[in-house]
Structures are given as C-alpha cells and as structure tokens.
Design a binder for this molecule. Structure first.
Ligand SMILES: Cc1ncc(COP(=O)(O)O)c(C=O)c1O
Length: 400
C-alpha cells in the first residue's frame, strides 16, 4: 500500500488556494481529471442519447460507462445502477415506487442516526400507504445504533428497513450486515444510505446485504449527481411513475428526463481517480478501488486519531459520538461560542468547517443540541493532510 497524499492533493486545483478543506462531508473538491472529463465530453460534441449519429452515441457510451464505474465503486451490477440528480431525489423516487406495493398496516423502520433524506421520504411514503413507522434509537452517550434492537423492531409486517452505513455528523458506522440480515430473514427489503460512508472506505453492497444502496458522487470527488444501486431483478419488480414515452427497461425506467451526460463522464473519472489513490494497487478497477479505498481509510483514520485526541483534550470543547466504528468525522461544540461563530472564526483562519444540524435532524435532537445550533463538523477525506489537522487544532485551541 502506497498512499502519497502530496501527489493526491496536487490533483485538485482548488486545494492550491491555501484553505484547509475540512468540509468534505458536505461535498468534496474535484480533481483536474474530473473537470477534464466533463469539459472533454462537451468538447467532443455531445447530444441527447439514443440517436443515429456519433455525438448521441457518445452520450449513450458515457451513461453506460458511468453505470460501470459506480458498479465498480460499490460492488454492484451496471444494469442495477440508477442515476439521478442526488440521493434525496432518488430516495423519494424509490420510496414512491416501493410504497405502491405496501398495504395498510405494513411496517417501515427508520433510524434516528440517519440523515433526514433516509427518514422523511419513508415516513411520508408510509403515511400515503397507511403503513406504520417504527424507529431504531441511537444511544446519545456512545452514538451507537445497536443492531440488536432490530430483532424487536422487525416483524412479519416489516416491508422496508432504511438505515445509514455511516452518520454524516458523528460518523457512526452501524453493523449494517447484521441489520440487513434480520430484514432479509423477515422478507423485508433494506435501503442503505451510503452517501457518507462511500468516500471513507471500501464498499461492497453484497457484504452489506443492501437491497438498495444510495451514494452521491459529489461526496467522492465527482460532480453533483447521485445513484442508487440495486439488483436489476429487484428494480424490474417495481413500477415507478414515468412518462409513457420514456424507456421501460431497467434501470432507465427509474430515471426521469435528460441526464447530465457530461457530469456522468465526470463521475466515471472520479471513480478512476479513487481507484488510483493507492499507487501500488493493481488488477481490475474494482480491485484497485478496494485497495485504494482501504489505503484512504487508513490515512484518514490515522489523521483522525490525532484530531480527535486533541479536541477531546481541550477543556472548552465537547465532542459528540464515540462509536467503535466510525468515519473520520468530528462533531463538536466550543464553550462560549455558537457553532456558527466557531465556523466563522475558523473561516477567518482559512479553515472550512460546517456548522448546524447538517440535515442529521433526528440525531442532533437526540444529542440535545439542535435547538442551540447543533455543532461544528470537521470531516477528513483522503486529500486532507497533517497540516489541515494541525491548523484546525491550533485554531480551536485559541478559542479556549
Ligand atoms: C448521509 C447522507 N445522506 C444523504 C444525504 C443527501 O444527499 P444528496 O445531497 O445527494 O441528496 C447526505 C448529504 O449530505 C448525507 O450526508
């Protein structure tokens, strides 16, 4: 494993501006190769898909390549990759399609750990179908979402279990394979939110046991598009609302209107970028993605241990979440300052961090901090380095 963060940082034009980009959990910067792929798609001549001429064939080839790339990223099949504008839109779409199969009295399980985009679409779809919503709870002290509780939640009427692969604020990575196994044994489907998890380590949707896995390219160095990955057979069993004239095949049937073809080219380039994070990675793109994401995870976790330890030692800082397995995402408050004030102070030091609930509406409520502005989020991704961490530690220490 060879992880050269200097080489990787040099691939990102934006990182030359002198800011410490600790805001990656809300969207990463984009490497030159991704920008070049988007530009190149337009420069080559790009038309709408399914036409008789080369510029149209290029659009179709870009779409097919993007499905292959995302399948390689998460371990799915290209024919099961539904592309869309973002995870939230796609989740509403899948929820509406699934809800058509629900009966009054059926049950849907959501978790308090999740981003609201993997909660509210299910609650609203359940309300329309007369289905009952049940909640999996987070332990406020540890930030853990205990998998064991699902044995008591899942029953004969459970149709869907929606759970995140990682919290976008406290980083908790629940035992998704255990949760999806319980769902499957009860004949229920699982919808796993991989938006925060995907950039932080290797993903294999079969190991996760996810029937649906959602991810957003803009969290992993790509453009602003999302995808939901499922088996083509499962997608083929669902009938989303669609135009009569649009394709009825899978996965196209789930996709509305004209896609952003150039961005799809960018998403493929982002997967190629991820596959090359580990200089020593060899083999197929899927194999290189797995090796590279393991290297990226090790790099992030090494930096995160330093960052978290320093924050935990500061008497004026409170950190949230202590899960045994978590992404390199810190969530903290500083005594005497609102989260917004901390973010503004750090911005004046050219350090980008987020403040607020970050749409983790339920868990910030469980932590009892939502009404006071929630907390500050400093998240690491593969392009962050020691100096980003040192600058954060120094700037937060100054607030004491
Ligand atoms: C864990 C998680 N789920 C879902 C979303 C929503 O993703 P999108 O912006 O693609 O709709 C986000 C965005 O921050 C997220 O972090």
């Amino acid at each position: 494993m060879t992880f050269d963060v200097r080489r990787i940082r040099a691939a990102y034009p934006a990182l030359a501006d002198g800011y410490a980009y600790l805001d990656g959990a809300a969207g990463t910067q984009v490497p030159a190769a991704v920008i070049g792929a988007i530009r190149g798609a337009y420069e080559a001549g790009l038309s709408n898909g399914d036409g008789a001429f080369p510029a149209s064939a290029r659009a179709d080839a870009i779409t097919a390549a993007c499905r292959e790339a995302i399948a390689d990223l998460v371990g799915g099949e290209p024919a099961g990759v539904v592309l869309g504008p973002n995870m939230t839109t796609l989740t509403y779409r899948i929820a509406a399609a699934l809800a058509k199969t629900w009966q009054p009295g059926d049950e849907v399980i959501v978790s308090r750990l999740d981003h609201d985009a993997n909660i509210r679409p299910w609650i609203q779809a359940a309300a329309g179908a007369g289905a009952v919503v049940r909640w999996a709870e987070v332990d406020a002290a540890t930030g853990e979402l205990a998998a064991e509780q699902y044995a008591g939640l899942i029953g004969g009427r459970t149709r869907l279990v929606a759970v995140t692969a990682a919290s976008n604020v406290i980083g908790t990575k629940p035992d998704v394979p255990a949760i999806t196994a319980l769902a499957r044994a009860a004949g229920a489907l699982s919808y796993v939110d991989g938006v925060h998890a995907t950039p932080h380590g290797p993903v294999d949707i079969r190991t996760l046991g996810a029937d649906f896995y959602a991810t957003s390219a803009y969290k992993w160095s790509g453009p602003h598009i999302g995808a939901v990955v499922a088996s083509p057979e499962l997608l083929g069993s669902l009938r989303p609302d669609k135009l009569v004239a649009s394709p009825d095949s899978v996965p196209d049937r789930f996709e509305l209107g004209t896609p952003p073809f150039a961005d799809l080219a960018g998403a493929s380039a982002a997967v190629d970028h991820l596959a090359a994070l580990d200089d020593a990675a060899t083999g197929t793109r899927r194999q290189r993605v797995l090796a590279s994401m393991a290297a990226a995870e090790a790099h992030e976790q090494r930096l995160f241990a330093v960052m978290l330890d320093a924050l935990d030692r500061m008497r004026h800082v409170t950190t949230y979440g202590k899960a045994a397995a978590r992404t390199a995402t810190a969530f903290f408050t500083v005594a005497g300052y609102s989260p917004r004030q901390v973010a503004e102070r750090l911005a004046s030091r050219r350090i980008n961090v987020w403040n607020g609930h970050n749409y983790a509406w339920e868990v910030t409520g469980v932590l009892g901090i939502r009404a006071s502005g929630s907390a500050v989020r400093a998240g690491l991704v593969h392009y962050n380095d020691e100096s980003d961490v040192a600058r954060l530690i120094e700037a937060v220490a100054e607030l004491g």
